[in-house]
Design a protein. Structure first.
Lengths: 260, 220
């Protein structure tokens, strides 16, 4: 047996997981090879040190803290999570549920689109006409209250708070909450996702599920409106992050579903 | 659950994982509590939290290296468990599901910490050694050395990428078997074995040198 073959088997050798015949071959090699013997010794010490780490006591108030937050309603699921969970009961896999959720959200957006064709929303719809169909759908999708009851938050950059003088009424028409819509002049989520996808994902991981939903729907809306969904997807994939990949996958699925 | 591993290991003899690997069984000690929780009994969920808080906190301490971070993330993990508990279908042990939720919380938190936290690691490593010096150590010098060794082991752990550290912690520190680690991480068993091998190889120069410094039997 060669050095490399022996060294790749030292873990199972130490665990006693090697078949007898292989164990005998490793033993024979170790009898004549000091360097492999040294590696075995170091590996044994490494595992020994890891396994000798002491027990760690959890903080006294951990369970109480968890229960207090649950009683305060912090464990509530977002709309998207509940929808996904419901679909998962009916569909065989989570990915199918994701697709179904995406399509379902688009259908709901379409149903709600009549409301967005009212006077006062025409300029926005007209602006969207220059984009592909998916962009228009997504534009309607982002502020719709199927994603959030606080539609005005949708177009707010990460970390920004709601100004106290801005009316935020659950279920209120987003146009009333933000009649001028100056936010469309800047696309903070999209700029961030394109410029620093890794940082964008890291920031997303620090906000609540509900805010994450809002930020992602805003990102998709901005990218759709600018016709840059593909670019955002590509940028997210460069983050080398499983969550960024999942978001990129979701965006692609929604885009595909919308363009059909 | 946790192993007691003697340092008096024969030169060639296999490492013993005494009591480490749970016998494969369909019997889940949490089954009744889970059923009660699902039927709306909040006290049952609290009992589950108390039963599992130690393993969740321990895993998070080893993954994050900081007691305060671990406490924050442990709370988030249990809130996630409450949100998504209905996804548990009883195909694995509930403890496996708990580990999965905690592992995901740890991975998400690691990413959010960012590179700027790297400089804090050595301090965090000391904290995560999990040791508070006893009020009256029988041998203060030996105790101080033990604390230093544990701190360096934790610091070495934090040099691993999370994708290597997590399976290593679950296997070598938490004492799960390969199959259960694979189930927690939703990876193939072969992938788990390979990552554990790579993780140990990465730690070997650091911890091998440490073991030589302190001598056999004085590591912890």
């Amino acid at each position: 047996m060669k050095h490399g073959e022996v060294r790749s088997r030292l873990g199972p050798y130490l665990e006693g997981d090697l078949p007898l015949q292989q164990r005998a071959l490793v033993d024979a090699h170790l009898d004549t090879c000091p360097s492999c013997g040294e590696e075995l010794k170091e590996l044994r010490e490494t595992i020994g040190l890891l396994r000798s780490l002491p027990e760690i006591e959890p903080p006294m108030g951990l369970a109480n803290g968890v229960m207090a937050r649950i009683h305060a309603g912090e464990a509530q699921s977002t709309f998207l999570v509940r929808l996904l969970d419901g679909l998962e009961m009916l569909l065989p896999s989570r990915s199918l549920a994701l697709v179904a959720t995406s399509v379902g959200v688009l259908v709901l957006a379409l149903l709600a689109s009549g409301r967005f064709a009212e006077p006062g929303r025409v300029s926005q719809a007209t602006a969207a006409n220059s984009s592909p169909a998916s962009s228009e759908l997504a534009l309607r999708l982002a502020p719709a209250d199927i994603w959030t009851s606080q539609a005005s938050l949708v177009r707010r950059p990460l970390g920004a708070s709601v100004p106290s003088d801005e009316p935020v009424t659950p279920g209120a028409d987003p146009a009333e909450a933000s009649p001028v819509e100056p936010e469309f002049a800047v696309d903070p989520q999209m700029e961030r996702a394109l410029r620093d996808p890794e940082g964008f994902i890291e920031e997303l991981s620090e906000v609540s599920l509900a805010e994450r939903d809002q930020q992602l729907s805003a990102l998709f809306a901005q990218a759709s409106r600018a016709g840059r969904v593909g670019e955002v997807v590509q940028s997210l994939r460069t983050a080398g992050d499983r969550r960024a990949d999942e978001i990129a996958d979701g965006f692609e699925r929604i885009s595909t579903a919308a363009s059909r | 659950m946790r192993r007691e591993v003697s340092h008096e290991i024969a030169e060639r003899g296999p490492l013993v994982r005494a009591g480490a690997v749970r016998a494969p069984t369909l019997e889940d000690p949490d089954r009744e509590l889970v059923a009660r929780w699902r039927s709306g009994d909040a006290a049952a969920f609290e009992a589950l939290v108390r039963r599992h808080e130690r393993r969740v906190f321990r895993l998070l301490m080893r993954m994050l290296g900081s007691r305060s971070e671990a406490e924050d993330v442990a709370q988030e993990a249990f809130l996630n468990l409450h949100r998504h508990g209905h996804r548990f279908r009883g195909e694995a042990r509930f403890s496996t599901f708990v580990y999965r939720v905690a592992a995901n919380a740890a991975l998400n938190r690691r990413r959010s910490l960012g590179r700027s936290r790297a400089r804090e690691r050595s301090l965090a490593a000391g904290e995560a050694s999990g040791l508070v010096a006893p009020l009256s150590p029988a041998d203060p010098e030996r105790e101080a050395q033990g604390a230093q060794v544990r701190s360096r082991v934790q610091a070495a752990l934090l040099t691993l990428s999370p994708s290597l550290r997590l399976p290593l912690v679950l296997y070598d520190i938490e004492g799960l078997g390969y199959a259960e680690v694979a189930e927690v991480l939703e990876l193939a068993e072969g992938t788990v074995k390979s990552r554990i091998h790579r993780a140990r190889q990465a730690l070997r120069p650091l911890l091998g040198a440490l073991a030589r410094e302190v001598g056999p039997g004085r590591a912890a």
